[in-house]
Design a binder for this molecule. Structure first.
Ligand code: NI
Length: 139
């Protein structure tokens, strides 16, 4: 049975310049946010994750990459880097996009610096055409 986590909600008022208020109103109406509060909660959560990635506690990173698997040693190099990175590779998904290109999504748990370092090494590999690291928060 799923346990429902009840979050305590605190209300406080915020003063902002009219220009920012109008931006919030406009942004909420243009996007799918249910309310200004929901938008602000989401923005703050993103900042919390950015702060967590400056620290030393383990976080989750999602690395998406596209590479040409025929290029010399790229598959071996990718595996070697993942095995030797002292990170916990939680899962990876591989999709053969076409005859030449592969899309891979790797879910990683570890210290932010190590995840960023792995991303840097992978994006620099010959044959890797695209890489993007998505930051998720602490566990
Ligand atoms: Ni493939």
């Amino acid at each position: 049975m799923m346990r429902k986590v009840e979050e305590e909600i605190v209300r406080f008022s915020v003063s902002v310049p009219k220009e920012i208020f109008e931006f919030l109103e406009d942004y909420v109406s243009k996007t799918g946010y249910a309310s200004r509060s929901e938008l602000l909660r989401d923005l703050v959560r993103k900042e919390i994750i950015e702060e967590q990635w400056k620290g030393d506690k383990e976080v989750i990173g999602i690395l998406a990459l596209i590479y040409r698997h025929h290029e010399r040693n790229v598959v071996e190099n990718l595996l070697e880097l993942q095995h030797s990175a002292y990170l916990n590779i939680l899962s990876s998904l591989h999709i053969h996009l076409n005859e030449e290109e592969c899309l891979e999504i790797i879910v990683i748990r570890g210290k932010p610096e190590r995840i960023k370092s792995l991303e840097g090494q992978i994006s620099g590999l010959f044959g890797v055409e695209f890489s993007r690291l998505i930051k998720a928060g602490e566990l």
